[in-house]
Write a protein that binds this ligand. Sequence first.
Ligand code: NAD
Length: 264
Amino acid sequence: TAALMAGKRGLIMGVANDRSLAWAISQAVHAHGGEVALTYQGEALKKRVQPLAERIGCSVVLPCDVTNEASLDAVFADLKQRWGKLDFLVHAIAYSDKDELKGRYVDTTAENFNQSLFVSCYSFTALCRRAEPLMVEGGSLLTLTYMGAERVMPHYNVMGVAKAALEASVRYLAEDLGRQNIRVNAMSAGPMKTLAASGIGDFRFILKWNQFNSPMRRNITMEDVGGAGLYLLSDLASGVTGEVHHVDCGYNGIGMLAVDAVGE
Ligand code: NAD
C-alpha cells in the first residue's frame, strides 16, 4: 500500500527548534511520505531550521515573517513556481509581548492586543487566502490553538482572546473554502515546553496541573502532536473541517477529579 502522504506537498510554518509543535508535524508527515517546505522567522532561526530541514529531506527553506506582506507573497510565488500546487499548510505561529503573559488581562495594551491578534489570528487567514489558488486538487489547512481560548488559564491573557478569534476564523474559513474540497481545522494541543511556552508565567505549574488532572495522567508528547497533525492533513480526515480537535490527554473534558484520584 502507498504511504499515507505519498505525492502530497505542503508548507509548514513555525519551526523554531526541535521542540516546536511544527517540527513534530513535519517529522510525522515526512515519515509517511509527504514532501515539506519550511519557513523560518529571521536569520537567527535559519541556523536552527536548516539542519532540521536536512533531517527530513527538505530542500525548500524560505524566510517568512507574517507581519511582512511581501515575504508572504514571496513564499507563495516560490511554491507556485516550484510545485505548481499545494496539498497542505500548517500554521504554528503565535506571538504576544512576554510582559502581557503575566499579570491581568484587563491591563492589555492596545498595541500588544493588535500585534497579538494580527500575528496569532489574522496571519492564518492571510495564509489561507494565498494557499487557496494553489490547492487545485483540494487541500488541508491546519492551525494550532490552546484551551485558553475556551476557558481562563493562568497568564494566557491576550493570547486566549487571540486563540478564541483564531478558532472562530477556522469555522468561517471552513465555510468559505469547503466547496473546493479545502478543509480548515485547528489542533488544540495540551501544554508543551517550547520556546513560545517559556514566555508564559508559571508554565511549569501548568504542565504539572495538566499531568495530574487529565484522564491519561500525563502530558502530551511530540508523537501525539505528530500523529494528530498527520490525521488532519491526510485523506483520513477527508470529512473533517471547521473542527477544533483536542490533543490534550483528555484534559478539556474534566471538571474536577475525585479527591482520592488526584495524581493517581
Ligand atoms: P515555538 O516557539 O516552537 O513556535 C512558535 C513559532 O512562531 C516560532 O517558530 C516563531 O518563529 C513563530 N513566529 C512568531 N511570530 C512570527 C512572525 N511574525 N512571523 C513568522 N513566524 C512567527 O512554540 P510552539 O509552542 O511550537 O508554538 C506553535 C503553535 O502552537 C503556536 O500557535 C502556539 O500558540 C501553539 N500551541 C502551543 C502549545 C504549547 O504548550 N507549547 C499549546 C497549544 C498550542
